[in-house]
Design a protein around this ligand. Sequence first.
Ligand code: CA
Length: 461
Amino acid sequence: MGKVSWSRLTFLLMLIFVLALAACGNGGTSEEESTEESDTATEETTEESTEEPEETTEESEESEEATEESDESTDTGSESAETEPKVTEFEPAFPEQTRAPEVETETELDVEVVTEGLGVTWGMVEFDTNRLLVTQRDSAELLIVNLEDGSVSEPIQGTPEVNNEDQGGLLDVATAPDFDESRLVFLTFSQDIEGGTVTAVGKGMLSEDETALENFEVIFQATPAYEGTLHYGGRIIFDDEGNLFLTTGERSDDPIRERAQDLDAYLGKVIHITPDGEPVDTNPFIEDEDALDGIYSYGHRNIQGVDFHPETGDLWIVEFGPQAGDELNIIEPGNNYGWPIVSYGIEYTGELINEGISEHEAQGFVEPRYYWDPTSAPSGMSFYDNDAIPEWENNLFIGGLAPNYIVRVVIEDDVIVGEERLLTEEGERFRDILVTEDGALIASTDGGLIYRVSAASEDAE
Ligand SMILES: [Ca+2]
């Protein structure tokens, strides 16, 4: 095509454009809206592509056919919350271990966006009634979000330097049990040290005017360091004695991930430390010369959620699996949860892990209480420890990153008897979950939103 034709074409296009504009009149608003929408979609797609579940798409289609047959043979008749076909051929060790029957919340719910425009809010804690301290993973900022008016503070000064590549950044936040007096705030983050990166824990004092974290110091590093930026784990929670449980990841790559089985490495572990970062003196491997004293349990992949069951007091964790095989586990001291020797998932390439052994107990490991196939991409989680929505009492809520929903799990005697997916229409990757003192379910998303889900007030209409 010559120059002349190009300019003719341009002219024609412009003419069409002008005519279209004239025809539309005041069409500006809808155009703006659609642009905003597509912007958000692009951002999310980009970020998702660096996250694991997206690696799987091609492979899962292939294995779908193979698993459909086995699906039919194990059909128990009750409709499971999971409607997608399995991606593996593994059978559960007991019937309630996966694909629990679907349950539905009967309480009428209010769902509102409290605030928007944040980054990836990885961790949250209610440090004061209806006020949250929240971490921003990528910018490494610590902020205060007011749930009543949706306002967001300026970044709190004095937070640590982080490595924010890939899954790294400022991760979880917890306040000391005696926060009202001590003002101590604990943070986890991915830290650059000699030899690579580690999951680190530090603490500092929130100033009275809430603008700074004073005297921040690192109290624990989950060594060894590794030249990688994936699978940091990073959740922390205080127990009744005022000690901390910290979860780590196994740093993802083969062969480093095999260190999840080693008692001389803090990778792929639940770790139990004092507020000064010292091993708790009742830890299971204190007497073992060859084991690290801080280890509480091992054989984990990438633990993204942790909470105590409100009734039993047991420590529950959720670990992000490979392709399928995300696990809910009850943590007991000294136990081995099997990764990467056994798994109910497969590699993202579609290959088997180890030799494709799924049974945990038969191999001497602890069976997960529940697993997902296909993945629920689990992130932060919280038990519903409140009576504001009575049917939710002692249920577990878990953020799903891709697919994008909140998982509600109903538990009876440590058995998962029901599952529900909430906020499925929002299209958001749910990163962390928190239950406020007044019984609202708070969920943060990678798209920068914070949701509040609560019982619809009776006099609302
Ligand atoms: Ca396991």
